[in-house]
Design a protein around this ligand. Structure first.
Ligand code: NAD
Length: 515
């Protein structure tokens, strides 16, 4: 008889088969379901505070051994993990498709990105975080100065459902590479994917199996993780939940990383390649059913290009079809409640004078590709995160007005600029109030492992990915070592009275001439 794959195991009663999940099984369970069919994908325990605390304690012990492996040891194991993911990519993509609803091909893209980040984090950790000598400076010239970035111990990761592999992996991969153990609480809408990742880790890295563990459940399990004494809590989700996470972590002064929502804009300037901008805007807004934190939700196109841009976008949007088959452009809304948010934003925009040029229908969990123009800047469709396959387009005088409107939003996650002028585009990108901007493309920064990822304002703070993402999961450790004693020790009660006068004279010579 053929052995059951991990995904097949998860299809049955997952609680007893998915890695660590079974070890802390509690009486209460919950189901995750396929958003397209309603079929049960898996049944999982709701881990209570005691189970979460026990898992964190196990991870604490594992963290010591994981840290002791050193950069090379961890790199070898992270390599084994990504090799495992790469070999089972279709199996994982199938599970993502069934539990999240996105097309299989999009799931492959998501997993590919996650693997690339794992590779970068593992191979760059030593260079970014390893011990180094730094100049000791004039006042400590008889000392050597050493800097290194030490792990925090156990990092708690709380994730969303929209990119159930890529998004949490932005914290998990970098936290592990930095020498921490990780306890991950996936969204209650995608627990099977989280459990699959933990089971994959145990299979690929059996000698450090407890360095990455999963607990499942709803917000109460997440809240318990916040209070479990982790070294840092990396949260990805909505701003309202982020506030609760910060409040819970404040009780124990647990530091937090906040990756929150966005309302990303695209600016289309006079000299932009309009066809390319329209193609990217439609994909950026509607792929993954618009359930992308860095998705394009609003466009500001200058008077010079507005009509052509709108024509191109509407033509392309009309060609898209949602569904759960292989040819569908995007799938159903993962959460039924998200369709209600889209409906509310549509109603609000049209009541305020907005016009729906394409789509505008919500049929169960399927939202048709929707293009809205003339929606006031104060309407929910322009101000709030919609998280659906919708896009608003507004006509602006010039790129300066586009930037002003872009920056007026409380969110500041990412954005895009389309322009024919490299200098102009770079200037607009720099002045865009966001953590990331793509010029003449959308979302590209997320696929560059060396670039940090994170927002400002309502989009949160802290960074995953790149050097900043590795340092995010460490504490800087400073060490000085005395090489030889000086005749006069300034940091001693035994120093002669004239020593500080001499010091003041030297400082006067070195710094006093600067005006
Ligand atoms: P959410 O805030 O509803 O839930 C996120 C996670 O928090 C879930 O695992 C949930 O169980 C948990 N949670 C809920 N209440 C909690 C509590 N009191 N304490 C601790 N944890 C709790 O968000 P969501 O609907 O899962 O995800 C969508 C949101 O995530 C969108 O706003 C999207 O823009 C954002 N997002 C941001 C990024 C980013 O990198 N900035 C990436 C993906 C998604």
């Amino acid at each position: 008889m053929r052995a059951m794959s991990l995904a097949e195991q998860l299809d049955t009663v997952t609680a007893s088969t998915a890695g660590t999940v079974d070890r802390h099984a509690t009486a209460q369970t919950f189901e995750s379901t396929n958003p397209a069919t309603g079929a049960v994908v898996g049944v999982f325990p709701v881990h209570d505070a005691a189970a979460v605390a026990e898992t964190v304690e196990q991870a604490r012990a594992a963290a010591l051994a994981w840290a002791d492996l050193g950069h090379d040891g961890r790199r070898a194991r992270l390599t084994a993990f990504r090799g495992y993911l790469a070999r089972r990519m279709h199996e994982l993509a199938d599970l993502v498709h069934r539990e999240n609803g996105k097309p299989h091909a999009d799931a492959i893209l998501e997993i590919t990105l996650a693997i690339d980040h794992l590779a970068w984090a593992g191979s760059h950790a030593r260079k970014v975080l390893g011990p180094r000598r730094v100049p000791a400076g004039l006042l400590a010239a008889n000392h050597t100065a050493h800097l290194e970035y030490r792990p925090l111990g156990v990092v708690g990761v709380i994730g969303p459902w929209n990119y159930p592999v890529f998004t949490p992996m932005g914290s998990i991969a970098y936290a592990l590479a930095a020498g921490n153990a990780v306890v991950f609480k996936p969204s209650e809408h995608t627990p099977a994917v989280g459990a699959w990742l933990a089971a994959a880790w145990r299979a690929a890295v059996p000698d450090a199996a407890d360095a990455f563990q999963v607990v499942t459940g709803d917000g109460s399990t997440g809240a318990a993780l916040c209070r479990a004494g982790v070294g840092k809590l990396a949260f990805t989700g909505s701003a309202p939940t982020g506030r609760k996470v910060m409040a819970a972590c404040a009780e124990t002064l647990t530091p937090v990383l906040m990756e929150l929502g966005g309302k990303d804009a695209m600016i289309v300037d006079d000299d932009a390649d309009v066809a390319a901008a329209a193609d990217a805007a439609v994909w950026g807004a509607m792929s993954n059913a618009g359930q992308t934190c860095i998705g394009i939700e609003r466009v500001y196109a200058t008077e010079a290009v507005y009509d052509r841009f709108v024509a191109e976008v509407t033509a392309k949007a009309r060609d898209l079809r949602p569904g759960s088959d292989d040819d569908a452009a995007y799938g159903p809304m993962t959460m039924a409640s998200q369709a209600d948010v889209v409906r509310r934003h549509l109603d609000d925009a049209t009541a305020a004078g907005g016009r729906v040029l394409v789509g505008g229908t919500v049929d169960g969990r399927y939202v048709s590709p929707t293009v809205i123009v003339d929606a006031p800047e104060t309407s929910a469709a322009v101000c709030e995160e919609t998280f659906g396959p919708t896009i608003t387009i507004a006509k602006v005088r010039d790129a300066e007005e586009a930037l002003e409107r872009t920056n007026a939003n409380a969110h500041g996650l990412a954005g895009a600029v389309y322009s024919g002028s490299r200098a102009r585009a770079m200037d607009l990108a720099r002045r865009m109030r966001s953590g990331m901007t793509s010029i003449n493309s959308v979302l590209t920064f997320a696929s560059v492992p060396a670039l940090p990822f994170g927002g400002v304002g309502e989009s949160g703070f802290g960074r995953i990915h790149g050097e900043d993402g590795l340092k995010e999961f460490t504490r800087a450790k400073a060490i000085t070592r005395k090489r030889f004693s000086l005749p006069v020790d300034l940091m001693s009660f035994g120093r002669p009275a004239q020593a500080t006068d001499a010091l003041a004279r030297v400082m006067g010579i070195v710094h006093g001439r600067h005006r």
